[in-house]
Design a protein around this ligand. Structure first.
Ligand code: CO8
Length: 263
């Protein structure tokens, strides 16, 4: 059980096949400290080692924030090109581990998602914003730029023009505006319960197919259309060799619900 592990800055809960990772430093609006990054990496390892887990929700503890960014008091103590580059690479690495998980990862954005907090949400597959959420990349107000993948993931997600606007103005957008620009997929009064509903619907599908969708999309982003189509065809071949494919088609033809085993 994932819940058996103790963390200082987050909480990891398991509800059957669903894991919920809650960033939990409400007094600092769940800001990402070096300790938090270490604990997120540990949580990811536990999830990877647990074959029962088929989906993950990432959310923030407390009323006000998903995550209000990197921990600014820790950032302020860093000095120089080397320290900055290393801190950026270390954070990017954890974001990459999260986005590479072979299961669907949903961000339930319950309040502020600023700076590193928005970058964390961008490393997830699907984003649900609570009606009161505020999203933005205010790094330039601190004399910085996003350093946990934001300059790259935001541009890929919503386009260069909109991404540059958000990063250069440092403005916060509401959940509704985020929805209009494709920054979030859904807006709901209760982001966590909407995220749970989405996770449950995803968990009904073949887990191998879900992981192959993620792989095709993610690897395709880093290559040409031609290269991406080749990746898609390779992964399609893999999907067709699974028992899940046989079960899915047999269930459709028999007019019953499929029972996928992930084989
Ligand atoms: N880091 C540390 N502490 C924080 C942070 C943060 N990012 N955000 C809030 N807190 C703390 C506050 O200091 C305050 O603590 P205390 O009660 O001890 O004074 C507590 O949380 C509550 O915050 P506020 O009193 O400010 O709450 P408000 O409701 O008045 O305001 C805001 C909420 C608007 C979210 C405000 O707290 C704010 O602007 N926070 C900072 C947001 C920000 O600039 N985030 C970006 C940080 S930079 C970043 O993420 C860079 C990522 C890339 C780095 C890569 C290289 C390492």
């Amino acid at each position: 059980q994932l819940d058996e592990h103790e963390f200082n800055t987050l909480q990891l809960d398991q509800h059957g096949p669903l894991a919920v990772l809650t960033l939990n430093r409400p007094r600092a609006l769940n800001a990402l400290s070096a300790e938090t990054f270490g604990e997120i990496a540990e949580a990811i390892d536990l999830i990877m080692d647990n074959a029962e887990i088929g989906a993950l929700i990432v959310t923030g503890g407390g009323e006000k924030a998903f995550v209000a960014g990197a921990d600014i008091s820790e950032l302020a103590a860093l000095d120089g090109v080397y320290a900055g580059r290393e801190a950026s690479l270390a954070g990017q690495d954890v974001m990459h581990q999260l986005s590479s998980l072979p299961i669907p990862v949903i961000a339930a954005i319950n309040g502020y998602a600023l700076g590193g907090g928005l970058e964390l949400a961008l490393a997830c597959d699907v984003r649900v914003a609570a009606t009161n959420a505020r999203l933005g990349l205010p790094e330039v107000t601190l004399g910085l730029l996003p350093g946990y993948g934001g300059t790259q993931r935001l541009s890929r997600l919503i386009g260069v023009g909109r991404a540059l606007d958000l990063m250069l103005t440092a403005r916060q957008v509401t959940a509704e505006e985020a929805l209009r620009m494709g920054l979030v997929n859904y807006v709901a009064d209760d982001a966590l319960s909407r995220a749970r509903e989405l996770a449950e619907s995803m968990l009904r599908h073949g887990p191998i197919a879900l992981s192959l969708v993620k792989e095709a999309v993610r690897r395709g982003m880093d290559t040409t259309l031609e290269g991406g189509l080749e990746i898609e065809a390779d992964l399609f071949g893999m999907a067709m060799s699974t028992q899940d494919f046989k079960e899915g088609t047999a269930a459709f033809l028999a007019k019953r619900r499929p029972e996928f085993k992930g084989e």
